[in-house]
Design a binder for this molecule. Structure first.
Ligand code: HMG
Ligand code: MG
Length: 296
């Protein structure tokens, strides 16, 4: 049974651009405006992480301050209380906290253990509640880790439940390196659904091995109706070497349109947004659909 509507969370301006050094603040603002014009309603617009760790996101405050917050729901990554304070000051109304189902990745990415990350998040959650901020939770490496290899499904379930208990309204399941396959996706989502309702889960699949769309389809069939994607297939995580971008939003929308699943996103305008930012990066979009539209 497929959902009739899918909420698309566009992460290109964050997950996509956190790996790109030649993008100006104006380029980022233009990208987000183009996404809004295409009908995208949920946009991760930046990250209040350490500028020493990820200098590409150091201008998130400038980007977010410039946005018209009545046009879409904008969120930003907040790894710790300092990040949360900066995010609130910029006008953001939704935080995204992020940890992993792999100790090795957690350490490399946010310099602490999984359990330490959960204690940091408790402070963020109190602060968020005081300020009426919604909090989304990410679990990275749900299908495998670039450092430790296999990741147990039971660990993904454990960490997801911890984030929900903290008060996250939704858990985004990150296949950080894109190693998952549809059978694995089915096993993972089925296990999570024993304890967590489908409307609290999202999938966040990178496309390194070309499996993201088919994995998303497997998740949709199990009732998942929130999908993260990056326009033009932008990106990769600086702490996951070799990982390519998220599934391209254009390819996702083409598949959903074909399945008769509504998103309220205009695919042609979305493709334009993808070409625009790809031009800045001096490359073609990593979206087969966008390339096919261009050729036909
Ligand atoms: P740390 O070095 O352990 O932090 O980093 P610290 O608390 O020891 O502080 C060190 C310095 O950083 C201090 O400054 C702090 O003030 C400053 P100093 O006294 O040396 O001048 N600092 C900050 N500055 C600005 N904003 C902040 C902040 N925090 C501390 N928020 C930390 C720990 C978590 C900050 C660091 O490891 C970090 O920023 N990590 C983020 C890495 C990152 O952005 N990764 C990519 C995003 S996650 C991802 O892509 C996966 C995802 O897409 C899902 C998936 O695909 O799986 C979400
Ligand atoms: Mg990611």
């Amino acid at each position: 049974l497929l959902p009739s509507f899918v909420k698309v969370v566009e992460v290109g301006a964050r997950d996509g651009l956190q790996n790109e050094s030649k993008v100006t603040t104006e380029d980022k603002i233009a990208l987000i405006q183009n996404l809004v014009d295409a009908g995208v309603k949920h946009i991760e617009a930046g990250a209040f992480v350490s500028p020493k760790w990820v200098p590409q996101m150091a201008d998130s405050k400038l980007v977010i301050e410039s946005l018209d917050h009545s046009t879409a729901h904008f969120s930003a990554l907040t790894p710790n209380l300092k990040g949360a304070q900066l995010a609130l000051d910029s006008g953001i109304k939704e935080f995204a906290i992020f940890t992993a189902a792999s100790e090795a990745f957690c350490q490399k990415n946010i310099n602490c253990s999984i359990d330490e990350s959960i204690s940091r998040f408790k402070e963020i959650m109190t602060f968020a509640n005081e300020n009426n901020i919604k909090v989304r939770g990410y679990v990275s490496c749900v299908m495998g880790c670039p450092y430790q290899g296999d990741v147990e499904i039971s660990e993904v379930v454990r960490v997801s439940k911890l984030l929900l208990e903290l008060g996250c309204y939704e858990i985004s399941l990150g296949d950080t390196v894109g190693v998952g396959t549809p059978g694995k996706t089915e096993q993972l989502v089925t296990a999570l659904l024993q304890d967590i309702p489908a409307n609290k889960l999202a999938v966040h699949f990178h496309d390194t091995y070309g499996q993201a769309l088919t994995n998303i389809y497997a998740a949709l069939k199990l009732g998942i109706a929130t999908v993260d994607a990056a326009v033009a297939g932008l990106g990769g995580c600086p702490y996951a070497k070799g990982a390519s971008g998220n599934v391209a939003t254009e390819d996702l929308i083409y598949m959903l349109d074909g399945l008769g699943i509504n998103t309220n996103i205009d695919i042609k305008r979305l493709c334009k947004a993808g070409w625009q930012i790809s031009g800045v990066l001096n490359k073609a979009p990593a979206s087969k659909v966008s390339l096919a539209f261009q050729a036909n």
